[in-house]
Design a protein around this ligand. Structure first.
Ligand code: ADP
Length: 234
């Protein structure tokens, strides 16, 4: 079980020598098993918020807690254990082009602390989960965009994380590929995995009717259960 709790969290960057808030005074809780769409226009702060949730970024103000533990204060094995709670797909993609899919995933398995045999089993299982069994020997360039995203997702689920943080997983994909991915995410969610997904895919948000958190200029403008794209009542 894993719960993320943000209390008055802000993150700022220097832009033209002036501090600019990417995320401003955000307080929210994501409970284990929730499926959350994080929406907002480009620059609204979605990626920054996901990186704060995973502990990759530390807030300038406020606290991000995982199961009541302040992530900024975690050290050593506690930090490693917290990091393994999350499976992350970032916008820029993390696959190394000169390595095969299998090698890429084995690197992730090794980083997650798995020995070779367990790693190979986990890679096989993760590729099966995302519907791409047997692509270990392919190079990322040989895959379609949709297949690459699936491999990124396989990389994220390798360690059976409690929480998946997905940044624009469905960007630039055809409709049927998006549906396949969302179907897969629904299945993972039905088995208990928490999903927080930054997306612009309004039509899917409107059909799936999950919790919708809307960011405007780094602030939460709406947080609606069974919400639709553009709902900004709290
Ligand atoms: P979104 O994911 O909604 O597009 P981001 O979280 O990427 O929004 O960015 C929010 C704001 O923070 C933007 O104004 C962006 O330019 C700024 N920002 C994000 N990352 C950095 C960074 N590493 N350095 C400077 N500014 C940044």
């Amino acid at each position: 079980m894993a719960e993320i709790h943000l209390e008055h969290v802000s993150k700022r960057y220097m832009e033209e020598r002036r501090p600019t808030y990417a995320v401003r005074d955000v307080s929210l809780t994501v409970e284990q098993g929730e499926f959350v769409f994080l929406i907002g226009s480009s620059g609204a702060g979605k990626s920054t918020l996901l990186r704060l949730m995973s502990g990759e970024l530390a807030p300038d103000e406020g606290t991000v807690c995982l199961n009541n533990a302040n992530m900024a204060r975690l050290i050593g094995p506690w930090r490693v254990r917290a990091a393994r709670t999350f499976g992350v797909v970032s916008q820029q993609g993390l696959l190394i082009r000169k390595r095969t899919v299998g090698e890429n995933l084995m690197l992730a398995a090794s980083a997650a602390g798995m020995m070779r045999r367990k790693g190979r089993e986990a890679v096989k299982k993760a590729l099966g989960i995302v519907g791409l069994p047997g692509v270990e020997a392919c190079y990322p360039a040989e895959l379609s965009i949709g297949e690459s995203r699936r491999v990124e997702l396989a990389r994220a689920v390798l360690n059976s994380p409690s929480i998946l943080l997905l940044d624009e997983l469905t960007a630039n994909l055809d409709d049927d590929v998006i549906w396949d991915l969302l179907h897969l995410l629904n299945e993972l969610n039905a088995r208990g995995t928490t999903i927080v997904m930054a997306t612009h895919a309004s039509q899917y948000v409107n059909i799936l009717r999950r919790r919708v958190i809307t960011l405007v200029d780094g602030k939460v403008a709406g947080d609606v259960k069974n919400g639709k794209y553009g709902d900004i009542v709290g």
